[in-house]
Design a protein around this ligand. Structure first.
Ligand code: HEC
Length: 249
């Protein structure tokens, strides 16, 4: 070690409140197990730390944390059927601020969307949508469609008044989707619109999931008849009043 470097380090140790520095350089991050299991964090965190010298420690449920990846806060990326957000406990905490800035930066976003464990990117920018048109008629059976919605879609969407509480916060309810002018088109091709493609199979329409890319969640399997029934059901729904306060349910 050079003499100059030695003195610089000595000076740094002398002058800086070492513990505070260590705190600023550590972010305790909480994320849901399902996100951890994809391996995304193992992919991006070393990149962030290398760039910033801020270490991120993933903490368990109930442990003290500086930042949380989940359903609320700043939207950062999309995948596994939802938009992922970051909340930071203390915006003045230097490490948290750098982490949050980095995730939203071009470099951070590239690290996230570049994560492709089996050659297929699992995560996309937060508001990424594709549009396509397919012919599906409205002569299906609305009652069957209602049942299909409850079975296949209510996991994430509010599909009727009774399921309004168990759907994921950022996912639009069917009533909201129904109020869009192009609702019919969206429902006709929902299975190729994000996020459904990764976990939805329509008999005789979609190719099977590739062997190395199984559905990340319990898949949705429907026939075209069921999709038509679904459309017939949605057609009978009352559109949500988007002028009112209840935009999401
Ligand atoms: C695992 C969660 C999940 C399940 C299950 C699910 N969806 Fe979705 N769906 C979402 C999310 C999240 C969005 C919002 C996507 C966005 O905003 O980009 C969405 C959006 C939609 C949209 C609007 C798409 C667009 O781009 O405008 C339609 C239509 C839709 N879903 C229909 C369905 C139907 C029909 C089912 C059941 C057969 C279903 N979804 C099951 C998560 C899910």
């Amino acid at each position: 070690m050079g003499v100059k470097r030695f003195f610089r380090i000595l000076l740094a140790m002398w002058l800086l409140p070492v513990m505070a520095l260590a705190d600023d350089r550590l972010v305790r991050l909480h994320a849901p197990q399902v996100l951890i299991e994809t391996g995304l964090l193992k992919h991006i965190l070393p990149r962030f730390s290398l760039k910033t010298q801020v270490r991120v420690q993933v903490v368990r449920d109930g442990e003290a944390r500086d930042a949380t990846l989940g359903g609320s806060g700043t939207p950062l990326f999309f995948g596994l059927g939802q938009t992922w957000h970051l909340t930071v406990k203390n915006p003045d905490h230097l490490g948290s601020k750098r982490f949050s800035d980095w995730l939203g930066s071009q470099v951070g976003q590239r690290a996230i969307t570049g994560f492709a464990p089996n050659g297929q990117a699992l995560f996309a920018p937060p508001a990424d949508q594709t549009v396509a048109v397919v012919d599906v008629s409205l002569d299906g059976d609305a009652d069957i469609g209602h049942k299909v919605s409850r079975r296949a879609c209510a996991r994430c969407h509010a599909v009727d008044a009774a399921t309004r509480w168990n759907s994921i916060g950022s996912t639009p309810s069917f009533a909201v989707l129904r109020s869009f002018e192009d609702w019919e088109e969206r429902f006709s091709v929902f299975y190729i619109l994000k996020p459904h493609g990764a976990f939805t199979q329509i008999e005789d329409v979609t190719p099977p999931f590739p062997a190395d890319r199984p559905s990340p969640i319990v898949p949705i399997a429907l026939t075209l008849d069921e999709v038509e029934a679904l459309l017939a059901y949605v057609a009978t729904m009352k559109a949500a009043d988007l002028g009112g306060a209840l935009v999401h349910q």
